[in-house]
Design a binder for this molecule. Sequence first.
Ligand code: UDX
Length: 487
Amino acid sequence: ANMKGEENLGAVVAHVLAFPCPAQGHVNSMLKVAALLALYDVRVTFLNTDYVHKRLARFGDIDTLVACYPTIQFKTISDCFTEEEHPGIGDRIGDVLNSMNLHAKPLLRDILVTEKVTCIIADGVFGSLTNILARELGITILHFRAVSACSIWSYLCFPKLLECNELPIRGDEDMDRIISNTPGMENLLRCRDLPSMFRPNRKGRLMSIESVVFQTQQSLQADAFILNTFEDLEIPVLSQMRLHFPKIFTIGPLHHHLSLRKSAANKAASLPNDANSLKGNLFQVDRSCMVWLDAQPERSVIYVSFGSVALITREELLEIWYGLVNSKKRFLWVMRPDMITEKVGEDQIPVELEEGTKDRGFVVEWTPQDEVLRHKAIGGFLTHSGWNSTLESIVAGVPMICWPYFADQQINSRFVSEVWKLGLDMKDVCDRNIVEKIVNDLMVHRKEEFLKSAQKMATLAHNSVIEGGSSYSNLDDLIHYIKSTAL
Ligand code: UDX
């Protein structure tokens, strides 16, 4: 540690073990929680799987991170997969979680004991494992989930929905049936809007719905629950959840909260502003798109990104591509090399798509997304409705077209379109004519309407993380709570 680090460590008493779910959207959120705590002199041991840590060390700029937050240290734990057999950080994440829930206990116990941890903040996907260890060792246990409150609540409603015969979903023809026994979101969700694990034919190798429900229920037994959301966004659902949880701290949107708190801390210490230095990338960022964006007219570009996990077939890719090109709108598209399930050779791309892209499009493998969304050239976001992407879009005041892939994305997109009125939901449809129409609806015909509600929500998001806001005071309470674990 540098001089400043040693000084800080002297004053630090509480020691948190942060144990994230080993995937992009979860590691970067947990890092923000860790950074927020570190700003207030809480010591954090951040525990990654070896596999994730290697990627974070390669793409995530750990040196800058440690220099900015000297009270965070990194440790790693095996996920019990060999390098050759590793399922990666993609849509087989369920295999990694199952393996860790089965095998990681002795390794985790060792770390907790050696590091003299006073408080665990575990991702709720490790609910049962971390609850058992915390009880055994007498350590405070907090759970964190990087997803929406509405998705968590839907998992908790599962037993009741089974009991009243609203579940299981009986196949494709049953998808538009309305679900009612979901307090706080009654008669809002169709079967297709429930998280994808509720479906008989789910995409990706996630955990089964029974395991997700079981792990989510474990969070009811944790000492408190931390969520990356804010009161004004999800209050009806949060009020229902509070009838069951001992304590819920909503401290989001985390990226914006951290950026404001870090700027303030730097200013107070007369340090240069590095508030947006924490990215937690597990992929190589390509900044070339920022130069391209600078040259585009205001609010003219639709940003297309399906996050770090979603896969897309060649057929779907071409439908969306045709839709975008035929819409005649400008677009910036993130195509991860590992995203397409079949190889698309360059010679196989139809000429009209190549030309349309050359004229109005820009394709990139991984962007600095939060910066992209805040760029003035961006007018809309075609997204898979991952929770981080949704919050980043909300803070930037950018309307969305939702094309959810799996998990919580199905319910997030319902809230985006029907509750918050921040855009349009295209779930379960992939047709070039519909893509063309929906892009024009968002970017032209209903532009003003969506921009207005997006700007209103952006203001609510901002107000929640400034002094006096709900997330702001909840974070203060959380820090106080965590510091008391060292007494
Ligand atoms: C996962 C799950 O899939 C999602 O359902 C859940 O809500 C959170 O965890 P992911 O699919 O990667 O995450 O989506 P998302 O939550 O949106 O997170 C992606 C992150 O990667 C965002 O913070 C986004 O800014 C970042 N990103 C994405 C980039 O920085 N550059 C890109 O080009 C694309």
